[in-house]
Ligand binder design. Structure first.
Ligand SMILES: Cc1ncc(C[n+]2csc(CCOP(=O)(O)OP(=O)(O)O)c2C)c(N)n1
Ligand SMILES: [Mg+2]
Length: 665
């Protein structure tokens, strides 16, 4: 790692050419694709060169080695910046052909950086603001892992390039205040302070002082000329010494080098055009053909990877000698350890004996008491609803700025930031994050849930107070459309358990979902224990199952969560009238949809009339019950009243369920 300043003119000139290589690749790739954003990469090429050539610890030969620095291009529209860097530094995924194929089907160079598609891309970015918030999660995970395994094994930085848009987004406020509070001094943000966004100059919509805002949140701030590589280099060197997170404002010109478009929003998101590109080549003194990088510049870029290669070799040697090696390696596993499943298996059988009537949020809290001691990687928190979400177990140590060895985080009332932070922790590795708030505020987490799903990250969302059943807090707090809207996001498993045993089963399925997020929708109110088996088989594993069978059923009632007991009551009433109906509990419709057709048919036969009951909107249920199926649920918003009055008021009763079935058999 260079701790010396950039001394010679020759060195400065070479770094300047390295930056121009980024500019050339960016403008030529966007031109070839006839689509994309050249302005940002051209504007931030110098700052990015200072970072990647002089500071960032990376090794293209092993893009995922755990102690690498993380680099987050929060302004994902500037994707050609990271693709150029990955190409020039020798990441195998990003060949010159991939650069030529920018934004084309199946390429490693999609429009915005996508985690999992291109090695070296640490996270998916594009939704502005989320990148910097995920970086907070990465920086937090780094400190937490450092507290567990020591500097020998964990000692890296998280670097971010963020744009004006990133910092205007509300989530940035949540993220920077959390980072400042937790004193995440391994987080260093380079702000592309180009005073331009899409509509024009930032003065159209901004008159705040960004540096003061960060300063007030507990950050170290500085300002440099973003085109002065030596100045950015010096600021980065200073930043590494800070005991707080650092913002470096890099004053830049968007589209730097473009003769007529530099400094204008016109170069934000459109190809420059042949004439402008020719003019840029002249201005930058860059007379090489498109996609042609001279070998001396290539060699300088390749050399910048040597620093990280050496660091990785030293790190491997330390790991191999470390008494923590086994524990560290285990922490990097994506799959939850067998110990937690063993503990859950014992607990499930105990539950089937004890048959406790618990609110499913309380059952979740009890399940956490079983899981946390059996799984070191579980770490979580709540957005100021710890006592409601029951996400903290007794004695669970806190993560604070004084020490990061705990596993519980008070995220504050920052749902969007919390969810993005959890994604960052999951992406960083070493932790399996779970986070809590009320189900109704899933909306405040939604953009991050979508990214968990898209990036296939196993974040568990503990969403309590899952229906009108929460009572007096009223319609602002009573989710109605949330289950449907969460089920609509691809690759999300939405669990709504019916009793304490199903809650444990659903948690187990969340831990087994290694390629996407899980949502646990949990009741505030107490739920009866409905299961009658011995708890040895995880019945929730197939998403839906026959809970109460009837001889020769003439109909099927499907229910989830708190309404399963209503379905049982209705079936009993119908049975007294000589109508035999089956009750199906469906804690996870996504898992049920994944079962083979024969199993699905055996549980919910096409030929039988069906009624579903869920204290939520019908949207999405027709796939299971048909348009002519009966549905007992919500048709509008809820109301403020005691729970005892609400279910009757909205007609979510066993009588209604029975009546819907009578109308159909
Ligand atoms: C949440 C979100 N809203 C809107 C957009 C669309 N968008 C992409 S870039 C951008 C703003 C561009 O300004 P800035 O962030 O300063 O980037 P620059 O033009 O300087 O590269 C917008 C609104 C987005 N990507 N994400
Ligand atoms: Mg801008």
């Amino acid at each position: 790692m260079p701790n010396t300043a950039i001394h010679t003119d020759d060195e400065a000139a070479r770094l300047g050419k390295m930056a121009n290589a980024i500019r050339a690749l960016a403008m030529d790739a966007v031109q070839q694709a006839n689509s994309g954003h050249p302005g940002m990469p051209m504007g931030m090429a110098d700052a990015a060169t200072a970072l990647w050539a002089r500071h960032l610890k990376f090794d293209p030969a092993d893009p995922n080695w755990p102690d690498r620095d993380r680099f987050v291009l929060s302004a994902g529209h500037g994707s050609m910046l990271i693709y150029a860097l990955l190409h020039l530094t020798g990441f195998a995924d990003v060949t010159i052909n991939e650069i030529k194929n920018f934004r084309q089907m199946g390429s490693k160079t999609p429009g915005h950086p996508e985690f999992g598609r291109t090695s070296g891309v640490e996270t998916t970015t594009g939704p502005l603001g989320q990148g910097i918030a995920m970086a907070v999660g990465m920086a937090l995970a780094e400190r937490m892992a450092q507290a567990r395994f020591g500097d020998d094994l964990v000692d890296h930085h998280t670097f971010v390039i963020a744009s004006d848009g990133d910092l205007q987004e509300g989530i940035s406020h949540e993220a920077i205040s959390l980072a400042g509070h937790l004193k995440l001094n391994r987080l260093i943000v380079l702000w592309d302070d180009n005073e331009i966004s899409i509509d024009g100059g930032t003065e159209l919509s901004e008159s705040g002082d960004v540096l003061k805002r960060f300063d007030a949140a507990g950050w170290t701030v500085s300002r440099v000329d973003g085109h002065d590589i030596a100045a950015v280099d010096g600021a980065l060197a200073a930043a590494k010494l800070s005991d707080k997170p650092v913002l470096i404002s890099c004053r830049t010109t968007i589209g730097f080098g473009a003769p007529t478009k530099a400094g204008k929003s016109s170069c934000h998101g459109a190809p420059l055009g042949d004439e402008e590109i020719a003019g840029t080549r002249k201005a930058l003194n860059w007379f090489h053909a498109p996609f042609d990088i001279p070998s001396d510049i290539r060699a300088d870029w390749a050399a910048s990877a040597a620093r990280g290669q050496a660091a990785r070799a030293e790190w491997m040697a330390r790991l191999n000698q470390s008494p923590n090696k086994a524990a560290f390696d285990a922490s990097q596993e994506r799959v939850a350890p067998q110990s937690v499943f063993d503990a859950l298996a014992v607990y499930r059988q105990q539950l089937s004996k004890d048959r406790p009537a618990l609110a499913s949020r309380a059952a979740s809290g009890k399940t956490l008491e079983v899981m946390i001691p059996a799984m070191d990687a579980l770490a979580g928190g709540s957005a100021d609803l710890t006592g409601s979400n029951l996400t903290k177990i007794k004695g669970q140590p806190l993560v604070t700025s004084d020490g990061y060895s705990g596993s519980y985080i008070h995220f504050g009332i920052r749902e969007h930031g919390m969810a993005a932070c959890a994604n960052g922790m999951a992406l960083h590795g070493g932790f399996r994050p779970y986070i809590g708030t009320f189900l109704v505020f899933a909306d405040y987490c939604r953009p991050a849930i979508r990214l968990s799903a898209l990036m296939e990250q196993s974040v568990a969302y503990v969403f309590t107070h899952d229906s009108i059943g929460l009572g007096e807090d009223g319609p602002t707090h009573q989710p109605v459309e949330h289950l449907a809207s969460l089920r609509a996001i691809p690759n999300v498993h939405v669990f709504r358990p019916a009793d304490a045993l199903e809650t444990a089963e659903c948690w187990e399925m969340a831990l087994r979902h290694n390629t996407g997020p899980s949502i646990l929708a949990l009741s505030r109110q107490k739920l009866p224990f409905v299961r009658e088996d011995d708890g040895s088989e995880n019945k929730s594993a197939r998403g839906a199952y026959i809970l109460r069978e009837a001889k020769d059923p003439s109909g099927v009632i499907v229910a989830t969560g708190s309404e399963v007991s209503l379905a049982i009551e209705a079936a009993e009433a119908l049975s007294a009238d000589g109508i035999a109906v089956r009750v199906v509990s469906a804690p996870c419709l996504e898992l049920f949809a994944q079962q083979d057709a024969a199993y699905r048919e055996s549980v919910v036969p096409k030929a039988l009339p069906k009624v579903a009951v869920e204290a939520a909107a019908r949207f999405g249920w027709d796939a299971w019950i048909g348009c002519d199926g009966g549905f007992v649920g919500m048709t509008g918003f809820g109301a403020s009243a005691p729970i005892a009055d609400l279910y009757g008021h909205f007609g979510i009763t066993a009588e209604r369920v029975a009546e819907e079935m009578r109308n159909r058999v």
